[in-house]
Design a protein around this ligand. Sequence first.
Ligand SMILES: Nc1ncnc2c1ncn2[C@@H]1O[C@H](COP(=O)(O)OP(=O)(O)OP(=O)(O)O)[C@@H](O)[C@H]1O
Length: 213
Amino acid sequence: MSYAVSDSPLFDNLDLAIRSGESVALQGPSGSGKTTLLNCIMGLTRPATGRVEVCGHNLSSLSARRLAAVRQQHVGMVFQFGELLSELSAIDNVAIAALLAGQRRNAAYEHAEGLLRELGVPSTATPAGMLSGGERQRTAVARALITNPALLLADEPTGALDYESRESVADLLFGLPGKHSCALLVVTHDDAVARRADRTFRLRQDRLLEAAA
Ligand SMILES: Nc1ncnc2c1ncn2[C@@H]1O[C@H](COP(=O)(O)OP(=O)(O)OP(=O)(O)O)[C@@H](O)[C@H]1O
């Protein structure tokens, strides 16, 4: 696929397939188009040519409503700063994603509690805005996982964390494809994080190149 900004290509002839159970890191200089590529994969941005397929769905051919449903069902997203609702507790933040996806209230809260326990977030009523950076990112991961997505995307998930939290959140993320059979695509500037991925790609001057293993 390709995408251009003001007639200048951001990426061209880009071809990337990610299998379930696999982790991929995406690196590249600032402004090279990493976030734009994630937006294309989420169906928020339409590529100029080519197509994005998620679980057999060609995103370009879907109505806005179907696209939102496919995204909700198959894709989870973790942002750099967690992007939680800061006044709500961790469990509320996670359960809301399940409620929006149509799960019943009791099941949503049970599922959220189980995931938070598994990911090591203390079960408290503390507003998410008062949790530590690492706890917030773990909560964001739980929120992304509660719909059992086939594809998990993360944009600089450790960029705002100190060394120890970075290590534990990176351990957690890269353990997910094996545990939850999802595919994982992580955008990161951090080589130590990228090294954990099964494959690493660099986006540079409109090309996507795979780094030697
Ligand atoms: N809709 C848009 N309109 C205009 N410019 C855009 C649009 N989307 C992206 N860009 C430009 O495309 C370039 C790539 O942006 P993008 O955020 O994808 O880069 P990035 O590799 O994620 O950068 P960073 O590492 O700094 O987050 C930037 O120069 C950005 O300003």
